[in-house]
Ligand binder design. Structure first.
Ligand code: TMP
Length: 249
């Protein structure tokens, strides 16, 4: 991983002086957990220690909620209970880990976040995007334009669900992995809708590639996005400066 693009991106990441929340989403078996570990290792090499967290979980309370959610003994759980527990775990993570880390200027790599509830409970369980968004708003502390916590960038690792399910064959699986093919197809539709929404926060990664190719592709996008963020910030600062100077005249 020594090409110039990556090296530039890592330098930009190492120079970051403000918090940055980056989330990773995708269906089961999309390789996002391995991808996060690869990115974290590269960031560490470049002198930035990222905070690695996951959902559901990421805090002591959240991990207890995760156990209830993913335990196969919870088969009788209703879709609404599932959604509320996902959101409860998120509310704790936001307040206990994410907000303090952002305030400390850290880079946070989060394995699944609010979009997962839209895909899994909104689409998969068919509770609807609106219901999920209303509850997510509570967990995130408000809408994004009103102080709510929102990722700056979300990598969507897309892989057709039947391939993802096949990759799980030799792994330990949980309650949600055992859902029907139809459920996983609906989850995938949810993620596809995000990819096609036109929201620039989403960056699609082709998860049918090898882990090395996925890491290279992601770092390329990461580099470009960081440079764009820095430019946007510099432009805003310049505009504020001009305003102050004009007021003074
Ligand atoms: P993981 O296998 O990626 O650790 O995620 C655990 C499972 O929880 C996975 O099947 C996706 C699911 N999930 C939801 O259904 N809704 C959510 O909001 C989140 C964060 C995860």
């Amino acid at each position: 991983m020594t090409d110039l693009t990556t090296a530039t991106g890592l330098t930009a990441a190492a120079n970051l002086r403000r918090g940055l929340l980056i989330t990773f989403e995708g269906p089961e078996g999309s390789g996002k957990t391995t991808l996060i570990q690869g990115i974290a290792a590269l960031l560490k090499e470049a002198g930035t220690e990222p905070l690695l967290i996951r959902e559901p979980g990421g805090t002591e309370i959240g991990e207890r909620i995760r156990n209830i959610l993913l335990d196969r003994a919870s088969d009788a759980m209703s879709a609404e209970t599932e959604l509320l527990l996902m959101v409860a775990s998120r509310a704790q993570l936001v307040r206990e880990k994410i907000k303090p880390a952002l305030a400390a200027g850290r880079v946070i790599l989060c394995d699944r976040f609010a979009d997962a509830s839209v895909a899994y409970q909104g689409y998969g369980r068919q509770l609807g995007e609106e219901t999920v968004n209303r509850l997510n708003e509570v967990a995130l502390g408000g809408l994004s334009n009103a102080g709510g916590v929102t990722p700056k960038l979300t990598f969507l690792c897309l892989l057709p669900p039947e391939i993802g399910q096949k990759r799980l064959e030799n792994r330990a699986t949980d309650r949600l992995d055992h859902e029907s093919a139809l459920f996983h197809a609906r989850v995938y539709t949810g993620y596809e809708a995000m990819a096609n929404s036109g929201d620039s926060r989403f960056q699609v990664i082709d998860a049918s590639k090898t882990p090395e190719q996925m890491l290279a592709e992601t770092m390329g996008h990461f580099t470009r996005r960081l440079a764009e963020m820095e430019q946007a910030m510099a432009k805003k600062l310049a505009e504020s400066l001009v305003k102050i100077l004009l007021k003074d005249q």
